[in-house]
Design a binder for this molecule. Sequence first.
Ligand SMILES: *Cc1c(COP(=O)(O)O)cnc(C)c1O
Length: 341
Amino acid sequence: MKEQTIDWKNLSFGYMKTDCNARIAYRDGAWGALEISESEYLNIHMAATCLHYGQEAFEGLKAFRGRDGKIRIFRLEANAARLQATCRGILMPELPTERFREACIEIVKRNERFVPPYESGASLYIRPLLIGTGAQIGVKPANEYLFILFVTPVGPYFKGGFSTNPYVVVRDFDRAAPLGTGTYKVGGNYAAGLAANKKAHDLGYMSEFYLDCKEKRYIDECGAANFFGIKNNTYITPLSSSILPSITNKSLMDLCEDLGIRVERRPIPVEELATMEEAGACGTAAVISPIERIDDVEQGKSYIISKDGKPGPLSTKLYNKLRAIQYGDEPDTHGWTTIVE
Ligand SMILES: *Cc1c(COP(=O)(O)O)cnc(C)c1O
């Protein structure tokens, strides 16, 4: 596709073919050289462990073009570290941070023409993937793996401006068990959530809202995003063994400390939603997706977070601050961005 033909303003969160992707194979106990491929397809064995037993991990991060024309990748090292944690969780070999960095930078550079212009509010989504490719039928970790990294331009999350959405508590589905794989970024957790997500969409909600699956008393996650609530100048986010450690959430907590907003990480009883002044779902896709209300249909409750339907002041401040760092409009005092040169 020619650069001139990309309609930057109307990109969605979809897949667009770019010029190339990266692959690094793991064989005989070692990672091989970075290979650049122009193919969008993989040729893998039908008995690969990723296909049968879910030995699969992924990541999601973004590159942004600044007003200064420079491209910044946000929190590359943190994403590399989280992929390594997932690898430890499902017994896959860890890709060293240096190799992850090499693949990210090389593929973003080679696809520079797909990095949206600053004015569009769009960005380049980076999707690293690690799969077990060794052929076997017995249930055990594979002996061979493939790391793949591709990029695709994605549109601004808020097309009509930063806005709030309704969520619905799902009490008849669990995303991940307390001692399961909820803390790892694996595809299986997403398969487990598809039915709950469809139910929420069919009922007209933005997304499903999960409670802890043991007691159904505490808040876990908002679909595939972390939850935070704000009250009394305090940012409160769940402490749970079944949620994914969101890097956006961690970044927002660090920004809160910079801005003099207290941070609490603790179990949050669902009824405490009634006292929240603001709340949001956070993740790489939207940074913050502010919550308008959360309906707990089975309990006959509706927690209205935003009375006027607008995002709250601290959520707006945090959103603007994080976006400003991503685009290079404000200084990166935490060393979160990697400039692609
Ligand atoms: C990826 C993901 C998030 C968000 O993590 P970020 O690092 O902020 O993008 C939250 N919850 C789940 C289940 C996820 O998979």
